[in-house]
Design a protein around this ligand. Structure first.
Ligand code: NAD
Length: 705
């Protein structure tokens, strides 16, 4: 027997699965056998007694889970941090454990009442005593970790649990003598796995597979070279034997029904203090403010979800709910993250949602010089579509040329600092770039519920993707909007792919251009080639557009078309020379509607008008959409995504594609201004033209195509 090692256990006199507070309990309520549980507990008790001293705490009636003493608290030397149970079903255990610790001469630390921490279930000492592994995600709150570090004067490494079956750290993670670690990696998020791998060398990591994980092989008691557990596969036994551990299986099936095994049933009360350990913890916290229609716009949910999904935790400190229909709400949220890196990831997303630091805690944005032309400093802030402001010299400065996936370049002038969104390739060493997350905020439009819901144009569009049966309604609304923009002298851009031509949409699109509904056309080589092929030869990629059948020798039409335009010099010259007399490109030339054709690796020819320098093509696109009110994205994933990335918030986007995934990707910009229409583009254009005709009917009829 090892006299120095002591454990605390609690007899299962009142043990029962009485409620369900973890997935193991579900379906097992009142299904455990008290006699079998008693026998299994006795056997475990004996196995441990053979190796160490076991002390007992008196079981209390009405608290069936008290048998799981691992959750009494976390002990280090003569100090204990008492558990604060998350669930009320276990909170009644706290005074009994507190009494036992006090009676046995421990200094007891208690967490604030609203800060859950479930003891040695969620906090495991590295068996070399170098640091404390602390879990969070289900039962224990991340904010308890800094207090553990302070009270125990120890480094705390925070690990996030993501599989509800492994709701406590000790269900999937077991530090062993000699710096070994038995664990089940899928129970942790990527950041935590990375942290584990950095701290524990590969040869000391004993990874278990799911079948062992679900029989609670990690919920083991380790005493020197002995590992006591419910059950282990032959493979696991061999794995442990190879690195010098003896395995002792002792069945604990009755306790598995409540989600616990040998480790849960014991609390080691002799954890030695190492003299050279120090209190450090990577957990960071900060308080942010959110403002707007936080509930009905879903902003609050999205903000809190993004904190948790990224590995942080939160506490809502204040929520001031706007009481009138029009009034906005305000919230103050304390955000905690297990490390600075995770905090930065979380804050970047919160900034995109319009979150800001509390005024008293706001700093200037951090700037770093551009290290070389076209290269940003490593930690540069990546811009979004939303209007952004950065705090420079104590003043909020609006970022110009807003677009997504850029950096914020700052230049100092006599009149103050100027901030601009720039693509990486355009950065130059005279500029500084905003890095980190301080002093950056995005300005979200706090439109009211009424504004969002009133029956005006596009009010329906917040819902995103439209199903087939809604297409006609959507088209009607788009027609109204196109009409309004045209009548007010606004600007509409169309990005279109060759499918527009194949589906018979060419003459409808040509009509829209001729009637003044389109102010700029963006596409690639194909839309122009197919359109001109149809205009010159009546086929699109060799298919007769009237009969829908391939024509003899039709495959040559495509290249002949390209050749014809190349001979003319350009599309405009082909129109001028009377070679091209109809179609989409013809109408663009005739109506002075500028077009940009961006090249791609697929392109045949290309046409002389196709810009094969992609950097130049991107610049042309960006210039073409300046001041645009609406963009119609018609069946081209490539060009639509390209345009979407350079479009700031506030521009209405209509994405038409037969593939819902493409539509969702383009519409899902967190912006109420975008809508997706899942339908055939030819059908969409014909409906749109028809709808515009109806709108125009009180006026002189539009010439038919
Ligand atoms: N010969 C050529 O030069 C040639 C030929 C084809 C494409 N290209 C070039 O390749 C690049 C990519 O071409 P892309 O934009 O056509 O391809 P893309 O894959 O980016 O987009 C095509 C989109 O059309 C959608 N679609 C298909 N049928 C549809 C229908 N009936 N109604 C609505 N949507 C439908 C698809 O779901 C897809 O999202 C472009 O630059 C284009 O110019 C060149």
């Amino acid at each position: 027997m090892t006299d120095a090692i002591r454990f605390l256990m609690c007899a299962p006199d009142h043990y029962e699965v009485d409620y369900a507070i973890n997935p193991w309990m579900e379906g097992n309520i009142h299904r455990s056998s008290r006699d079998r549980a008693a026998a299994q507990w006795q056997q475990l008790h004996q196995v441990i007694k053979d190796e160490a001293i076991v002390e007992l705490v008196e079981p209390a009636k009405g608290w069936p889970d008290m048998v799981f003493t691992a959750n009494a608290g976390l002990v280090l030397d003569k100090t204990v941090v008492l558990s604060r149970f998350l669930h009320k079903e276990r909170q009644g255990e706290e005074p009994y454990f507190k009494q036992w610790f006090a009676d046995n001469g421990y200094t007891v630390h208690e967490l604030p009442p609203d800060l859950p921490f479930e003891g040695a279930g969620d906090a495991l000492l590295d068996r070399e005593g170098r640091w404390l592994w602390a879990g969070y995600g289900f039962r224990t709150e991340l904010d308890s970790h800094p207090l553990l570090a302070k009270w125990l004067d120890m480094e705390v490494l925070s690990l996030r649990l993501i599989d509800s079956r492994f709701y406590h750290l000790d269900t999937c993670f077991c530090p062993l003598t000699g710096g070994y670690l038995l664990y089940y990696p899928p129970a942790f998020d990527a950041y935590s796995n990375h942290l584990i791998e950095r701290r524990v060398p590969a040869e000391k990591r004993l990874v278990i597979a799911e079948p062992d994980a679900v029989t609670f092989a990690c919920n083991a008691v380790n005493i020197n070279d002995l590992v006591i557990l419910n059950q282990a596969s032959d493979h696991l036994k061999r794995q442990l034997a190879q690195v010098g551990f003896r395995v002792r299986e002792t069945p604990l099936t009755e306790f598995l029904k409540a989600g616990g095994a040998s480790k849960c049933l014991t609390l080691r009360t002799t954890e030695p203090v190492l003299l050279d350990h120090h209190a450090t913890v990577a957990v960071e916290s900060k308080t942010i403010q959110l403002q707007g229609h936080l509930l009905d716009s879903g902003l609050m949910n999205r903000a809190l979800d993004s904190i948790v999904e990224n590995g942080g935790s939160f506490k809502v400190l204040n929520f001031d709910l706007g009481t009138e229909r029009q009034s906005t709400s305000q919230a103050e949220v304390r955000v905690s993250a297990p490390s600075h890196t995770v905090m930065e990831d979380i804050m970047r997303q919160l900034i995109d949602l319009g979150a800001a630091d509390l005024p008293a805690e706001t700093h200037d944005a951090a700037l770093e010089a551009v290290p070389q032309p076209g290269v940003a400093p490593d930690e540069f802030y990546v811009t979004t579509i939303y209007p952004t402001e950065v705090r420079l010299n104590g003043r909020w400065v609006r970022v110009q040329d807003q677009r997504m996936d850029g950096a914020i370049a700052v230049t100092q002038t006599a009149d103050g600092a100027i901030a601009r969104c720039k693509l990486l390739r355009d950065l130059n060493p005279q500029e500084q770039v905003v890095v980190g997350i301080d002093g950056i905020r995005t300005v979200r439009n706090p439109e009211s519920r009424a504004q969002r819901n009133q029956g005006e144009e596009f009010s329906f569009m917040g819902a995103g993707v439209s199903s087939e049966r809604r297409v006609e309604l959507v088209v009607e609304q788009i027609a109204w909007e196109l009409r309004r923009i045209r009548d007010q002298g606004g600007k509409v851009a169309v990005t279109a792919g060759p499918v527009v031509i194949h589906t018979g949409g060419a003459h409808h699109l040509a009509r829209l251009i001729r009637d003044g509904y389109v102010q700029v056309l963006l596409g690639g080589n194909a839309i122009a080639v197919h359109d001109i092929e149809q205009a010159l030869m009546g086929t699109s990629l060799g298919v007769d557009m009237n009969k829908g059948l391939p024509v003899r020798g039709g495959h040559r039409h495509h290249l002949k078309t390209i050749n014809t335009i190349r001979r003319c010099g350009s599309i405009a010259q082909a129109v001028e020379q009377g070679v091209l007399t109809k179609g989409v490109m013809y109408e663009c030339v005739k109506n002075n509607v500028p077009f940009c054709l961006a090249g791609s690796i697929r392109d045949d020819g290309p046409l002389p008008d196709t810009q094969m320098d992609l950097v130049k093509a991107q610049t042309d696109y960006a210039e073409a959409i300046v001041g645009v009110d609406m963009i119609l994205m018609l069946s081209t994933m490539l060009h639509s995504i390209g345009v979407g990335n350079m479009t700031p918030a506030g521009v209405k986007l209509v994405c038409v594609d037969i593939n819902p995934a493409v539509v969702t990707k383009l519409s899902d910009r967190g912006s109420v201004e975008s809508v997706g229409v899942v339908t055939d583009v030819g059908l969409f254009l014909s409906l749109l033209v028809k709808q515009l005709e109806l709108l125009t009917s009180p006026y002189p009829a539009i010439a038919t195509v």
